[in-house]
Design a protein around this ligand. Sequence first.
Ligand code: GRF
Length: 213
Amino acid sequence: MSNITTTTTKTKTNIAVLVSGRGSNLQAIIDNIESGNIESATIRVIISDVTGAYALERAKKHGIDAVFIDPAGFENKSGYDLKLLNILASYDTGLIVLAGYMRIIGKDIISTYKNRILNIHPTLLPSFKGLHSHKQTLDYGVKVSGCTVHFVDEGMDTGPIILQSCVPVLENDTEDSLSERILEQEHRIYPQAIKLFIEGKLKVEGRIVRVSK
Ligand code: GRF
């Protein structure tokens, strides 16, 4: 009797994570990949525009390449973006994940990686886009907030929405306490959205993202 073994080679999606700070979302994503919850993906590189960002330390602890690109080393934004594009290409990047990355992603990167760039924002978009989200949330007096994972388009926090999660805004909330409550949800839904992407379960129709089971 012949013994036939079929081997399927699953190609892993190479992820590049762009960061500027502490990287708690990055950590949640690393943990989900290491535990096998997100399969068929590997984080190839962490890129920061801030030297000494703690996220870079996290990368090193997990044996992931950590790259600092100094914005001061470029005359203009297109020079910086070109450098970024080259690094992304050199890692054969299939998905870009923005995790607390504080720079606007340039048009060339967006068109090269159309519907392959994800971001997380700590409000229920389209409310309170941009900076100081928790302050905006508290100042406005909304009773419910949360976080949103979305595809990145050319606008600021305007791309098609993939997942959202709600949290209550409490009477005595400070920016810190609200942020802490929202972060818990961020760490849950960001890996979940990445998993859906990797599994090919997200379909973008205009600004609607269809999520298949
Ligand atoms: C998070 O609140 C995220 O929603 C926002 O920036 C913060 C990054 O935090 N885009 P961390 O660096 O992942 O801890």
